[in-house]
Every structure is written in structure tokens, then in C-alpha cells.
Design a protein around this ligand. Structure first.
Ligand SMILES: *Cc1c(COP(=O)(O)O)cnc(C)c1O
Length: 469
């Protein structure tokens, strides 16, 4: 299988090639030249597989330059009971008639990003060793991505992580989670600034091509195709758990920000998984909901992005959206480039002539959930079921409820556990969320973090001194 770019000007590359790159050289995003399809008979044959074996089957459809036996070793290391200790690894948790949670947040950082990142950590180490090279991951985080990346890459050979975070602006839990890691290849750098300034430093350093190639700078952001491919697996897993016969349809509701999670659902559906609807839920930052309602994509600047109580969805420029638009435009790179040129010109593009296809052809519907929805949903689900859900998942549940249909199971992707966002839980039910046993000692562990001025040069100097070249 070869990969191409949405912008149409990349020579075909293998999976391992695109794994180590961020954006394609033409500024686009990598996609398989042809999506694999899965027949109903194959799907049925997967019912008895455990999560790691299912991941091997599905990922081998996207990865043909790693022998299947090796891939199986990687998936078993990523999806082991040590890493995901929850019952059944990815449990289905019924909420009420027709509505369940797909438990994606049982990993080390209590958010769904562990699902893809743990595989990424394994496959990075494998490919770097094969190619006898090293990689220095440079990233910026306001919480979830950085910690998931650090837990996936800690102690891995050939990789170091330099993760910038805004000094004094992360929750106590997030700080404890990241800064208590003692592995020599993990470098936490707290920048005296806000998240966007951290992001700017990353862009500046990654834009210095000489520095970038000398120090093998890489990224683990959500545009990485390996992350999308790994996320495709749990849509199949969820379908297999929620159905008992071929052809039964299931809908998924997805709390969305960068459009990475729900894009994997779109890919699974295009591969033939019987998905009826993909319900996209946003918070107050509703750029994507606006697109699915009007056909107009109008990203917002950082200063017009609200800080909400579902902070991991506070995104107004969805980095993976281009891959979906590529399909909408019948995979025509020229049309896609025209849209992005339009975007640069006027700050928006208009695909309202395709509006009827969003649902009929691709199954997409959408809705918004605000702070009071979130709080009310957490409270009512808790009172009705005894289950506590996090604010992001609550956005998904709120929007999913408006699209329930008789006879069609609706699975809401549980994107985080409530312990991560205790303030909102306190507001909803009058007490904080319980912290899982193994994380209670976190707060007491010594923390290791380098505090720096908001200065790209200082970060560059630090990398020069600490990177294994
Ligand atoms: C990252 C994240 C999201 C958004 O996922 P996307 O793939 O960016 O759409 C939602 N909820 C939580 C808890 C997250 O960490």
C-alpha cells in the first residue's frame, strides 16, 4: 500500500516513510491511495478476536512494509493489560436504552489519545531501529496530547521528547502526570506564556530546516496517519461488541476538536463497517458544527476561541478536516487546493452545494453542547446510572441524545475519565471525581520540569544540549 497527499504533489510513499513525517512536502496530509475494504464475512470472522489481534488485522490492511508477525508483537505490547487495565481493555458501558459508552480512556493518561499513542510509541521504536536512526519529538501541549505522547514514548530507544507546556496553566493533575515522569528521554519544558506561544516556538524551530534535519525533529500531532489508523480499530471493536449479526447498523457520537477521532470513524465507514450515523459533537467552539449545518468552513483565530469546561475541544481550526474535505471533493487535489487557497484569501470556503451529501452519503450529523448542557448531562447520567462521565464525553452524550433511533445502538466515544476534570464534576454533582487508585500517589511524586522564558532560542539551546544526535 502506498500513500499520497491530499494536495496531489507527493511521490507515493510507504507507511514507514509517512510515519516519520508530519505534513506532506506539498503541505497536504497523507492518505492511502486506495482504502482497503472489509467484507461482512471477514467482519464476522473477527468477532472472537481480542483487542490486540483485531488491531493486527486492521492495521495490517494499512501497513504492508512491516511483517505481520512483527506488527502483532507491536500491537500486543501496545494493547496489553498492563497498559489498559480496564475490564476488556475497551469496555462497552450501557447508559440507557440504545445508548452506551465506548470506554476508550482506560489507558495511562485517562484519555482516548492513549489508544493511538501507545501503538505509535511501539511502531516508532520499531521503525527507528530498522532504519538505524533517531528522532526528537518536539511538541506543545495544553494537557492531553503531551501526556499521552510522553507515556507512550518514555524509555523508548532512539526517541527523545521535548514537550512545551504553558507554565502555571495546566491543572494540578495534568502537571503531576507529566512532570513526575523520571525517564531520561522525557523533557518537560514549562514556558512562561500561553499555549499558543508554546505552539509558535514549535513552529519556529520546526521551520528552521537546518536545525530540523540536524536534530531529526519530528512530531506526534493528530495529523499523523498512524494515529488515525490506530483509531479506526476501536470503531470496528465497538461495532463487534454492539451487534450480533452481519449488516446491523450502529451510530457513533464523537466529542470533536481536531477532527482526528471522528475522521477514523469516517475511514471505518468507507471501509465497509455498517455505521449509520457519525454524530459530531462540539462545545461552544462550534466551527465544525457550523460546517455540517451550513456547508461553510470558517475557522477562528486563537483569540476568538473560548476557554471552556471541555478544554481539549477548544479548537477552531481542525487539523484533520482536510482529509474529509478531500473525500467530499471526490478526491480531486486541484479542487482541494482551490479550497485552501480560498481559505487563505478570505478566511473561509463554501461547500454548501454539497450539503445534502453530508448525511446521505457520509452519515455525518452534528450538534453543539455548552457548559450548562455539560453540567446537566453529567448530573443526570450520574443520577440515572451511577456512572460518572467527563465533560467532553458529556458533550457527546448531550448531542447523541438528539439523534437516537429505535433499533440502532448509539455508541458515545468516552474521550476522557472524569478524574482529569474534577472541577466541573464538583459543579455537577457537588463532589469531586474519584481518582483511580494507581494515580493517587502521583501528586506526592517529585516533579521534574525546566522553566523557561518564552524564547525559541532558549528552547533550541536546550535541545542542542540534551538531544541524542
Ligand atoms: C483530543 C480530545 C478530544 C478531541 O479529539 P479530536 O481528535 O481532536 O477531535 C476530545 N476530548 C478529549 C478528552 C481529548 O483529549
Amino acid at each position: 500500500m502506498k500513500y499520497r497527499s491530499t494536495r496531489g504533489a507527493m511521490a507515493p510513499l510507504s507507511f514507514s516513510d509517512i510515519l516519520l513525517e508530519g505534513l506532506a512536502p506539498d503541505g497536504g496530509l497523507a492518505l492511502p491511495e486506495h482504502l482497503p475494504t472489509v467484507t461482512a464475512a471477514t467482519l464476522e470472522s473477527w468477532r472472537s478476536l481480542d483487542y490486540a489481534d483485531l488491531a493486527t488485522e486492521i492495521l495490517s490492511l494499512f501497513i504492508d512494509d512491516i511483517p505481520k508477525a512483527d506488527l502483532s508483537r507491536l500491537t500486543h505490547a501496545a494493547y496489553s493489560a498492563d497498559v489498559f487495565p480496564g475490564p476488556g481493555m475497551v469496555p462497552l458501558k450501557p447508559l440507557k436504552k440504545g445508548l452506551s459508552l465506548l470506554g476508550l480512556s482506560e489507558g495511562p493518561t485517562l484519555a482516548f489519545k492513549d489508544m493511538a499513542m501507545q501503538f505509535l510509541g511501539q511502531v516508532f521504536e520499531y521503525v527507528l531501529e530498522k532504519r538505524n536512526t533517531t528522532l526528537n519529538i518536539l511538541g506543545a501541549t495544553s494537557g492531553d496530547t503531551g501526556s499521552a505522547a510522553e507515556y507512550a514514548l518514555r524509555g523508548k530507544r532512539g526517541v527523545a521528547v521535548f514537550m512545551l507546556s504553558p507554565h502555571g496553566r495546566m491543572s494540578e493533575f495534568q502537571r503531576a502526570q507529566m512532570y513526575s515522569l523520571a525517564d531520561a528521554n522525557i523533557h518537560n519544558i514549562a514556558i512562561k506564556g500561553v499555549f499558543d506561544e508554546c505552539q509558535d516556538i514549535v513552529k519556529e524551530l520546526a521551520g528552521d530546516l537546518e536545525f530540523k534535519s540536524q536534530y531529526h525533529l519530528g512530531a506526534v500531532n493528530s495529523i499523523n496517519w498512524a494515529r488515525i489508523a490506530a483509531q479506526v480499530v476501536y470503531y470496528f471493536w465497538g461495532w463487534l461488541r454492539a451487534t450480533s449479526a452481519p449488516g446491523q447498523q450502529v451510530s457513533f457520537a464523537v466529542p470533536s476538536g481536531n477532527f482526528g477521532n471522528i475522521l477514523a470513524g469516517h475511514i471505518a465507514r468507507q471501509m465497509g463497517l455498517p455505521i449509520r450515523r457519525l454524530v459530531l459533537a462540539t462545545n461552544e467552539n462550534n466551527v465544525l458544527e457550523e460546517f455540517f449545518r451550513t456547508g461553510i468552513y470558517r475557522p477562528r483565530s486563537a483569540d476568538r476561541t473560548h476557554a471552556t469546561s471541555s478544554p481539549s475541544m477548544d479548537i477552531s481550526r481542525a487539523s484533520n478536516f482536510e482529509r474529509f474535505v478531500f473525500d467530499l471533493l471526490d478526491q480531486d487535489p486541484a479542487k482541494l487546493r482551490a479550497c485552501w487557497e480560498q481559505l487563505e484569501h478570505s478566511g473561509e470556503f463554501d461547500l454548501s452545494h454539497l450539503l445534502p451529501q453530508f448525511e446521505s452519503r457520509y452519515g455525518f450529523v452534528s450538534g453543539v453542547s455548552g457548559h450548562s448542557d455539560r453540567v446537566a448531562t453529567i448530573k443526570s447520567i450520574y443520577e440515572e446510572t451511577g456512572l460518572l462521565i467527563d465533560p467532553h464525553t458529556a458533550d457527546g452524550v448531550k448531542v447523541a441524545a438528539t439523534f437516537l433511533e429505535d433499533g440502532i445502538p448509539m455508541l458515545v466515544l468516552e474521550t476522557a475519565l472524569p478524574a482529569k476534570f474534577s472541577e466541573t464534576i464538583q459543579e455537577a454533582i457537588g463532589e469531586p471525581a474519584p481518582v483511580p487508585e494507581h494515580l493517587r500517589e502521583l501528586a506526592a511524586l517529585p516533579q521534574r520540569v525546566q522553566i523557561m522564558e518564552c524564547d525559541a532560542k532558549a528552547v533550541e539551546e536546550y535541545i542542542r544540549q540534551h538531544a541524542p544526535v
